[in-house]
Write a protein that binds this ligand. Structure first.
Ligand SMILES: [Zn+2]
Length: 92
């Protein structure tokens, strides 16, 4: 199977980054649609990092070092949250 390791890492980091963001910005929408927009925007900012794995491999602990470090991932997610929160793609 081919995975985009960046996607695996972003999906893993997103909930905790969002949780932290909401602490400082209560009222931020976290519906499925907004989370998917955040995910898409983030993945467009970060270079993909494809890996081939055996069938059924599950990434339990993502190594952020492989994709440029966790700080970069968190910064990209935060930018995306701000962008989506400022302009949600649905009625408020
Ligand atoms: Zn929403």
């Amino acid at each position: 199977m081919i995975f985009n390791y960046t996607e695996v890492a972003v999906k893993q980091a997103l909930p905790e980054v969002l949780k932290e963001y909401i602490k400082n910005h209560p009222g931020t929408c976290t519906c499925q649609r907004c989370q998917e927009d955040i995910l898409a925007l983030t993945l467009n900012q970060l270079p993909p990092h494809y890996v081939a794995t055996d069938e059924g491999t599950i990434f339990t602990q993502v190594s952020f070092d492989q994709i440029g470090g966790k700080a970069q991932v968190i910064a990209a997610i935060t930018r995306s949250i701000q962008q989506v929160a400022a302009n949600p793609r649905h009625e408020k």
